[in-house]
Write a protein that binds this ligand. Structure first.
Ligand SMILES: [Zn+2]
Length: 488
């Protein structure tokens, strides 16, 4: 997608006249190009960018192009987050948003910049449609957003929280599972809700993937409708006819086992809901499922930050982090600290057993076992040829503790804690996501590729902290100084 020329105020000082003189030509001198596939770092080279594409790499002359001095910098592909939700403002429900239009407007201005600030130039919203993403993609300074169409099973998660009167309109691409034998509500034609019909409708909307859900309930619940293996297999086949992988919401053992058996395209959560009490060594059925995932090469997005997004609502000092001030406006951070923003944490403290646990063991305690399990499962996959895909699930729920851009940066730390090497993390955030979603123009630094690139002052194959040292974000060939993307 082509973006228009940026106003000079957004550019670094050296590049102010970029749009006025040959604005579609950029020359990066003497940068070290990082190979996203094998993690090697090349010798210093020049890169010429024309019309938003990488035109040439080598020992080149700048001509009349604007020049960035890349000496001492590392050039990497722009990052791809394969699991985001771009509607609304994190941590604010619909009523709160209606009551605070100015806050919302200011936040929505900053959110795309927060993603770019942390190096993400491409996002995949796992539950959206072309109409909802049109406004996002019309902004000049925003990552390019793609979407999955959501195909929940009828009356299942997440639409079961909606009143029946609107449920079938809000998520029109729901699936009727013949194996479920549920009564079909009046006015619904099951022929429009087969895997083939739903995949066709989602493809017609321009989606790059299909998202469905295997969720039988949270906590002690387990009675919500879930897709049968046959339905999942039929959906995988129907999606493949349109080049769309099926992404499965699955974070429990039965959910991941169903995804592994059915051969879905990817699981979009790590495995944190399983029985073993110590939760640090996968055994039994957990181990069998992880083995099957690795054997079939079914990718998993660990999304460890989902649990931190809940946990950190209990952290009395969370909002004091300096990193938040770069990604969100001060007005919104103030609102989070007030009554409206704190209501979520209050509700969480009221969960059965939470108050006692927090009083006795500290605010982190309720989420310790789940985090230990998902880290253990991720570590196992990493060490046993499992496929990990990068997706942060930002925001995973109604929480301010999955902030745009920054949450993905935190997810990088979670991967490192699970034993993933920095070079593998880089590959997952670039080449592997590009390949999985079919973004042929993205994911590596090579002639002909789209010029979504980053220049870092440190080597990201050595240490994850290099992602805090982004100097330039190059979006469709246009360089943006990182500082200008900050909310401060
Ligand atoms: Zn999600």
């Amino acid at each position: 997608m082509s973006k228009t020329c940026l106003p000079p105020v957004l550019l670094g000082l050296l590049l102010a006249p970029l749009c006025a003189s040959g604005g579609d030509r950029l020359f990066i001198r003497d940068a070290r190009i990082v190979d996203a596939v094998d993690g090697s770092v090349g010798a210093r080279q020049d890169v010429r960018i024309e019309g938003g594409r990488i035109a040439a790499i080598g020992d080149l002359e700048p001509g009349d192009a604007a020049v960035i001095d890349g000496d001492g910098l590392y050039l990497v592909p722009g990052l791809i987050d394969g699991h985001v939700h771009l509607d609304g403002v994190p941590g604010m429900d619909w009523d709160q948003a209606q009551a605070n239009p100015e806050l919302v407007a200011e936040a929505l201005q900053q959110i795309p910049r927060a993603w770019l600030y942390h190096g993400f130039t491409t996002l995949v919203d796992l539950n959206s449609n072309a109409e909802r993403l049109a406004a996002w993609n019309a902004e000049a300074v925003a990552p390019t957003a793609y979407h999955c169409g959501a195909a929940p099973v009828m009356d299942g998660y997440p639409t079961r929280f909606l009143p029946e009167a609107i449920r079938y309109r809000v998520a029109p691409w729901f699936l009727v599972d013949p194996a479920a034998n549920r009564p079909i509500p009046e006015g619904i034609d099951p022929a429009e809700h087969t895997p083939a019909a739903v995949a066709q409708a989602i493809a017609d909307d321009g989606a790059v993937c299909i998202k469905t859900h295997w969720e039988d309930g949270f906590g002690a619940r387990n009675d919500w409708p879930v897709p049968s293996d046959d339905l999942l297999r039929a959906l995988v086949e129907a999606g493949a006819a349109h080049g769309m992988p099926v992404l499965l919401h699955a974070n429990s053992l039965p959910a991941q086992a169903a995804g592994a058996r059915s051969g879905v395209g990817a699981l979009v959560h790590g495995l944190w809901a399983w029985e073993e009490v110590d939760g640090t060594t996968p055994t039994g059925a957990v181990l069998d499922t992880l083995k099957l995932l690795a054997e079939k090469g079914i990718p998993v997005q660990p999304t460890v930050q989902v649990l931190y997004g809940e946990r950190d609502l209990l952290d009395p000092h969370y909002l004091e982090q300096p990193a938040l001030a770069a990604v969100l406006p001060a007005s919104l951070l103030d609102w989070y600290a007030g009554e409206g923003g704190q209501a979520l944490g209050e509700r969480l403290r009221g969960y059965p057993g939470f108050a006692d646990k927090i009083d006795n063991e500290g605010w982190q305690a309720p989420f310790v076992p789940g985090i230990a399990r998902v880290v253990a499962a991720t570590r196992w996959l990493n060490e046993n040829s499992g496929v990990l895909l990068f997706g942060s699930d930002t925001p995973s729920d109604l929480t301010y503790a999955n902030p745009p851009g920054l949450n993905a940066r935190m997810e990088m730390d979670r991967w490192i804690e699970a034993g993933v090497a920095p070079a593998r993390l880089l590959r997952a955030m670039t080449h592997d996501n590009a390949e999985f979603f079919g973004f042929d123009d993205l994911g590596t630094v090579a002639p002909g590729k789209q010029a979504d690139l980053l220049l870092l002052a440190a080597d990201p194959t050595k240490d994850v902290s290099a992602w805090d040292r982004i100097e330039w974000v190059i979006l469709d060939g246009v360089p943006i100084g990182r500082d200008s993307l900050s909310a401060q």
